[in-house]
Design a protein around this ligand. Structure first.
Ligand code: ADP
Ligand code: ZN
Ligand code: ZN
Length: 773
């Protein structure tokens, strides 16, 4: 038997499976979708079986070990990997690996020292998972050479255990054993408790053991699912939907197989309630659902709403989970223990096999596109999977992407509109002209109106959300005398000042230096940071309102695992008056006590050299304004800008998506931008600037020669980030109306360059439908 295996090796230049001989003892076990260990050159690598065939060939190497007892990837996902490869121009192995939880993407070589797996007994099972008596038999056999022990994989060790303590007899405990008695008293209230809980009263492990020895308790070691939301209780009651919500649920229910629906609902219209109800219906029919949300909206509140509704039948996947926690959730999905998967982008690959509905909340979010290989968009993957399962896809947003809204207008997507807030009004938005503030002599970050508004809320014990539109607005350092800016020596970007440690850092490559006291170029002492970060604003607020309780959310305060959630929880519980932060606080938050939203530098994103800058600014302002007045109290928003008459600021302030769309589409058409054209970005980078440039030029001329129909090429030109990690970068833009034909041609041009690229002469990256330039 021969196995066809995609191998995870960077040196491979041709995207094809490699053949390995299947040793006889594996023949009945091997299946497509299994992970295997294969010899590759002098190394041992992780591979994924995509097929097998009978027969054998001279010189085939045998594969070394099966790493799964059953396939990690379903037939559907194996098919899907071909689609991802063809539409994003990545290698198939890269698509396959993207579908696995990180715990299973082990580099085999590294794991060899970790332990032992009894190979040929039950493949891929850790020795410790066998009963004690079997373990000794296995070890005995191994000693005699009748059994080989294979290297183990780390994931087996990520399984966490706890000890279940059950009360048997309270009377046998000595009166003098204080801690033990206390434990028993607890157990008399709750007869089954975990060791992890009991130890909190100060009980030691030997003391617990003693309790078992005298027959007071029974101890059982149990495998734990590391479920960080385990304490949330399921609540059966459901809400009464209003008419437009009920209509949306019905239309989703009646949708055709593979149909896509756009749910355009203003902030607070109850989209989440619609999702919950629709998913409930799907589960009642014995099917499963995926709900994707942007990473940033995966707040405890959001998860809570789902856990309360669907209890244990929900798996949650997001980046704040540890590798092991994610793996636990993934295994629950594999074992069919869940009906709903809630997660960020990569949860779209969840191995559910009875999908009845896929929902993308905040579908306009660019984080749905992965910015490294495979550069897939979760929306496209969702639509592919929905067709495969014959179920609908729901795209939900208060500010749909132009792409999706345009498709809805053309009738490609079914359009559902939730025009009103549930039980309330949209908050009034006041545009504040900061030029006038300046003329009045106010040089602070806060207009008078906004500042007074904040004071007023603090007095009334209501809460405020203050957003600093920070992109292009970081603190960079410049000399006031000679104008010299402090830039990264490896990347063509400004270094960012960090108060903590008084250092300058490059956000692209991690380079950092101490803040110089004099200008490196003219020795002047007038070297200072410019711009205004959240730290500075916090300081300013505290200087003016010393009693204000502020929670600051930005890269610095949220870098630790779980800190994002913790900060939001504290705000939710009323521990602060003001939530101050960057883009990460704009979306998804539903705090009923927030009655004021302030946007600082609303127009900071408008000046970016990106045709989507306007769309992003519109989304940002609309979304953040939508955080105000979501509860019983009315809210209002203040938008501070130097461009009060700009159509983006005006339409966003009036919650007028339609006017914004009409205006923006006109500009996109004139500029030949998406959604009128499909855009692809090809970037060449090399340490030698001339190599990058000439490769880009060669590519451009090859492409033009191929004469792909309905396609145009712009460039080459230096990339806006012209130097990154010591590599110079040139880029070419291709616009097309026929993406399928273009992708075939691009794959050919890419393949022709495989050899040179593998020798690291230069790098070529293709980004289909790019969002970052
Ligand atoms: P969206 O996701 O569109 O921003 P949500 O679903 O978060 O809106 O709804 C906003 C608020 O209104 C939430 O607190 C939600 O519980 C409440 N809500 C929405 N619809 C209903 C309903 N039919 N019954 C009771 N509460 C509702
Ligand atoms: Zn200087
Ligand atoms: Zn750098």
């Amino acid at each position: 038997m021969i196995a066809h295996v995609h191998v995870d090796a960077p040196v491979i230049t041709i995207d094809r499976p490699f053949d390995y001989e299947v040793p006889e003892q594996f023949e009945t076990l091997i299946e497509p979708g299994m992970r295997v260990s294969v010899p590759f050159g002098s190394r041992r690598l992780l591979g994924i079986v995509v097929g097998t065939s009978d027969g054998t060939r001279e010189g085939l190497k045998p594969l070394e070990a099966l790493l799964d007892e059953e396939s990690s990837l379903t037939e559907e996902l194996l098919d899907l990997s071909i689609h991802v490869k063809e539409t994003t121009l990545c290698f198939r192995s890269s698509a396959l690996l993207a579908m696995l939880p990180a715990a299973l993407k082990v580099s085999y070589d590294k794991e060899i020292k970790e332990g032992l797996v009894p190979d040929g007994v039950r493949l891929g099972t850790h020795l410790s998972e066998y009963p004690k008596d079997v373990q000794s038999v296995i070890l005995g056999l191994a000693k005699k050479g009748e059994l080989t022990l294979a290297p183990v994989l780390k994931e087996k060790k990520t399984v966490k255990t706890d000890v279940l303590v059950e009360l048997l007899d309270a009377t046998v405990v000595s009166k003098r054993a204080k801690k033990q008695l206390e434990a028993i008293r607890q157990l008399e209230e709750t007869p089954r408790m975990y060791w992890s809980t009991l130890r909190q009263i100060g009980l030691t492990r030997p003391q617990l053991q003693k309790l078992e020895d005298i027959g007071a308790v029974r101890l059982t070691e149990v495998e734990l699912n590391r479920d960080p939301y385990a304490t949330i209780e399921q609540v059966k009651e459901t809400v009464q939907l209003n008419d437009s919500q009920a209509r949306a649920v019905q239309q989703i229910h009646e949708a055709d197989a593979g149909e896509t629906l756009l749910v355009h609902g203003v902030t607070g219209s109850g989209k989440t309630e619609v999702y919950l109800e629709s998913i409930g219906q799907v589960i009642d029919e014995g099917k499963q659902a995926i709900l994707l949300v942007p990473e940033i909206s995966l707040t405890p509140m959001m998860v809570k709403r789902f856990k309360r509704r669907f209890g244990d039948r929900v798996a949650v996947l997001h980046s704040a989970l540890s590798k092991g926690e994610k793996y636990d959730e993934w295994r629950k999905i594999k074992r069919r223990e869940v009906d709903v998967v809630v997660g960020a982008r990569s949860a779209i690959f969840a191995p559910l096999d009875r999908l009845g509905l896929i929902i993308l909340d905040e579908e306009h979010e660019t984080t749905y596109k992965q910015e490294e290989n495979p550069r897939y968009h979760a929306r496209d993957v969702a639509i592919w999977r929905a067709r495969y399962h014959g179920c609908p896809v729901v795209l939900g947003s208060a500010t749909p992407s132009l792409e999706s809204y345009a498709r809805a207008q053309k009738g490609v997507y079914r359009y559902l509109h939730l025009k009103e807030r549930y039980g309330g009004e949209m908050p009034p938005v006041h545009i504040i002209d900061m030029r006038r503030e300046l003329a009045k002599g106010n040089t602070t970050m806060f207009s008078e109106e906004l500042f007074n508004g904040i004071l007023d809320r603090i007095e009334k014990k209501e809460q405020c959300v203050i957003l600093l539109n920070r992109r292009g607005f970081t603190t960079f350092v410049m000399c006031r005398d000679c104008g010299e800016g402090m830039t990264c020596p490896h990347c063509a970007v400004n270094l960012t000042y960090h108060q903590h440690g008084d250092r300058l850092k490059c956000h692209y490559c991690g380079y950092e230096v101490g803040m110089p006291s004099t200008c490196p170029s003219c020795s002047s002492k007038k070297i200072k940071q410019f711009g205004s970060g959240t730290q500075k604003i916090e300081t300013e607020l505290l200087n003016r309102i010393p009693e204000a309780r502020i929670i600051r959310m930005d890269q610095d305060t949220t870098s630790r695992k779980g800190s994002h959630e913790q900060l939001l929880r504290r705000f939710e519980e009323g521990e602060a008056d003001i939530l101050l932060g960057t883009q990460m606080i704009a979306k998804g938050l539903d705090f009923p006590n927030v009655t004021l939203v302030g946007v600082l530098a609303a127009d900071a994103t408008l000046g970016m050299p990106d045709f989507r800058a306007t769309e992003r600014t519109f989304q940002l302002v609309t979304q953040v304004a939508g955080r105000a007045g979501r509860g019983k109290l009315p809210g209002e928003a203040f938008v501070q800008t130097y461009n009060p008459d700009h159509y983006v600021i005006e339409t966003a302030s009036e919650h007028d998506y339609e006017s914004f769309f009409a205006k923006e589409m006109g500009l996109r058409q004139v500029g030949n931008h998406p959604p009128y054209w499909f855009l692809t970005l090809v970037t060449f980078s090399a340490e030698n600037s001339l190599v990058a440039k000439s490769e880009a030029e060669l590519f451009a001329s090859d492409f033009l020669q191929a004469q792909v129909e309905n396609s145009r090429l712009n460039g080459p030109m230096p990339a806006p980030l012209s130097k990154l990690k010591n590599a110079y970068r040139y880029q070419v833009f291709i616009k097309t109306k026929q993406p399928e034909a273009l992708y075939v041609e691009l794959a050919r041009l890419q393949q022709a360059r495989a050899k040179a690229i593998s020798k690291k002469e230069y790098q070529m990256s293709i980004d289909v439908n790019p969002y970052v330039f």
